[in-house]
Design a protein around this ligand. Structure first.
Ligand code: NAD
Length: 356
């Protein structure tokens, strides 16, 4: 039997509620497809601060590194907001990403037909949108040296090496090979040298993937094209800063933050998490939407374990519950037939995912 180990980091707020549903669905599909997942729980964020005084205990890093993948909920909440930066929940998450060396952040954006009115954009513009933003996560201007704030002057440095660009570009092309074989590389090479290096390097890597078509686009134009005609995109690859902005813009095409998953991949490790935060305003009420967490679990099956059939089962089941009109409260105003709780939504997806 195929066996996988998953570090389970539930975190704070709605984190535990939504991760429990993701596990429910994973257990259902693993039985159906004949593999086994064992879980090891670890603390991060506020949950870790309350127990150990640290946002990420050493043990969490060890567990995360020793497992085949990490499934993570969300962290943070008002009770930890006044702590010094080094002690805050977010610092724990940044340290985890760094420790796992996850350099590629993947955010798929799927517009579900049933929720087409949840977006602020016109239905005819977004209908059929299915794209993936691949953002470089541990380099670029967020980490470049020198940086500083001195008197009336402050500065940061956008710096990339060819090796850093090559590895993220390869990731993007590999993903495009499994999708619609088109990569759009986004930069600002008309102004920035670092973007010229980015563009040259992506073009070199493209030669290794003759089946995939490559286009280059300036970031200002990409921001515009994303809302003008998002269907033109398949895989978008870009640096840390541009990716941060464009992936948030792209996520709004689908309308609801409770639906969108993400994956952060390195050479060895993978961290899978919903794009939303810990939603302390609705925690403990059983109304959080677990779909983003469940879809993150599906990404884990696809990208980390290669369990494509099991991933497809989950993706189909999500489409089916939405088609049949089941809605959690956040999306209840869009053609709901029945408003369900977090746990009921998880059970329905688990049931549908193991039915056929
Ligand atoms: P948030 O994503 O937690 O919530 C924004 C809004 O969306 C809220 O109204 C919330 O109720 C709603 N929402 C989010 N996820 C939902 C879901 N699954 N179902 C239904 N509704 C959902 O962002 P925020 O309010 O800016 O931040 C709250 C806390 O989360 C802060 O402490 C912040 O630092 C933290 N945060 C953590 C992460 C992470 O863990 N990766 C990411 C962003 C924010």
């Amino acid at each position: 039997m195929r066996k996988y180990s998953v570090a389970l980091i539930k975190g704070d707020g709605i984190g535990p509620e939504i991760i429990d549903e993701a596990v429910k669905v994973l257990d259902a599909v693993s039985v159906k497809e004949g593999f086994e997942i064992t879980y090891k729980e670890a603390l991060l964020g506020g949950a870790a601060i309350d127990v150990t005084g640290e946002p990420i205990p050493e043990e969490t890093i060890e567990i995360a590194k020793s497992c085949d993948a990490v499934l993570f909920g969300a962290i943070g909440g008002p009770q930890w907001d006044d702590l010094p930066r080094q002690k805050r929940p977010e610092t724990g998450l940044l340290k985890l990403r760094k420790a796992l060396e996850v350099f590629a952040n993947l955010r798929p954006v799927t517009v579900y037909d049933e929720l087409i009115n949840a977006s602020t954009l016109k239905p005819e513009v977004i209908k059929g949108t299915d794209l993936m933003v691949v953002r470089e996560l541990i380099g670029g201007i967020y980490f470049g040296q020198p940086r500083g704030y001195e008197g009336d002057e402050a500065y940061n440095t956008m710096r990339y090496t060819k090796d850093e660009v090559r590895r993220i570009a390869r990731k993007a092309f590999e993903i495009a090979m499994k999708r619609n074989k088109k990569v759009t590389s986004v930069d600002k090479s008309n102004v920035l040298e670092v973007s010229q290096l980015w563009r040259d390097t992506v073009s070199e890597v493209a030669k290794e993937y003759p089946e995939v078509s490559l286009e280059h686009m300036y970031v200002d134009n990409a921001a515009m094209q994303l809302i003008r005609d998002p269907k033109q995109f398949d895989v978008i690859v870009t640096g840390n800063l541009f990716g941060d902005i464009l992936s948030d813009e792209a996520s709004m095409l689908s309308g609801s933050i409770g639906l969108l998953p993400s994956a952060s991949l390195g050479e060895k490790h993978g961290l899978y998490e919903p794009i939303h935060g810990s939603a302390p305003d609705i925690a403990g009420q059983g109304i959080a939407n677990p779909i983003a967490a469940i879809a993150s679990a599906a990404m884990m099956l696809r990208y980390q374990f290669g369990e494509i059939k099991a991933a497809e089962r989950i993706e189909q089941a999500i489409k089916r519950v939405l088609k049949e009109g089941y809605r959690t409260k956040d999306i209840a105003s869009f053609d709901a037939k029945e408003v369900v709780t977090t746990s009921e939504m998880g059970s329905l997806i688990a049931q549908y995912a193991s039915e056929f």
